[in-house]
Design a protein around this ligand. Sequence first.
Ligand code: ASP
Length: 375
Amino acid sequence: MGARFPLTAALLLTFALAGWSVHAQTVQTAAPSTVPAAPQAATPDLPRVRLVATGGTISNKTGGRLTAEELVGLMPSVGRYARPEFEQFSNLASSQLTLDQWVALSRRINQLFKEDPGVAGIVVTSGTDTLEELAYFLDLTIRSAKPVVVVGSMRNPSTLGYEGAANLLEGFRVAAEPSARGRGVMVVLNDEINAAREVTKTDALRLNTFQTRGYGILGVVDSDRVMFYRNVEKKHTADSEFDINAIASLPRVDVILTYQGATGDLIKAAVDQGAKGIIIAGAGAGATSGTQGEGIAYALEKGVFVATTTRTGSGRIAARQRPANALPPPAGQRTRSDRAIAGEDLAPVKARLLLMLALTKTQDGAEVQRMFIEY
Ligand code: ASP
């Protein structure tokens, strides 16, 4: 920390001399390694955009992770579009962040919008592995129409062809863009803007990994301008009913995959371990296999919610439709349960997040189903 202050102070002085308005705040610190290049001076009437850095490959340089301020320093031309600010939330791989950290991150972003009405938008850096989950969680819990843009990169800063700086700059451009307001949390990589609710990492290594199957991109970031082509119809951000400040912790919800001859024992085990919800990543239009039907009946009888989704990667599970080949419940037990939820078109991992948030508000199956239709 002792070495950090002079570096930060020197940077702020440099930026101040360059006519910048840069505010740095470190929520969780990470060791800085190099001094960023001074970005082009920004004019005072440009939008203020704040980077909240969480880690990931975009900052995972050989020998030490890039800090938020170093990431900003990678974009010499950012001053043409925005007045950048930055803070370090964490510096971890995406899958290492805990759900409690996600809650804290969402609270922090909501706080920034509330306490600093002058901020135009926020860019969040994230590892790409679970980026789509974080983005949808923020989409459901950030109550502002201002743009929140999640960016990452597939190549790290020590690799030839590192695309992180370009993705970050494009994230800043979208966050500074007035026409980006009210579109929900967006994911920007590879010159494309995708909706947090819809996007999926589709390839382990390729640069064009983030795709929205079925619906396509929201827009593009080109050299001349940011261009949007469509909106997301579902509720999000400013219209969300989920208040992150009222949530102490998220209930356990597990995702269970359907495959040939799958056993219901895994579902029962999750229930016995305290799961309050189960997401079935079913085959096709939500079919289960093997003895999973028995596991589902067990879960429903124990008061656990079971939402059916599809493992196919796109398509919709119709509301109130039981899985096509679910076993009938044992004689004498209820044949229908309002805790059996149709997961609509959400990917299993995103249905999990919605069910977690829904269960912090209600135990009424009809209400949970409404949320799955609306969000
Ligand atoms: N392992 C990294 C992460 O998710 C992958 C990435 O950022 O691309 O943090």
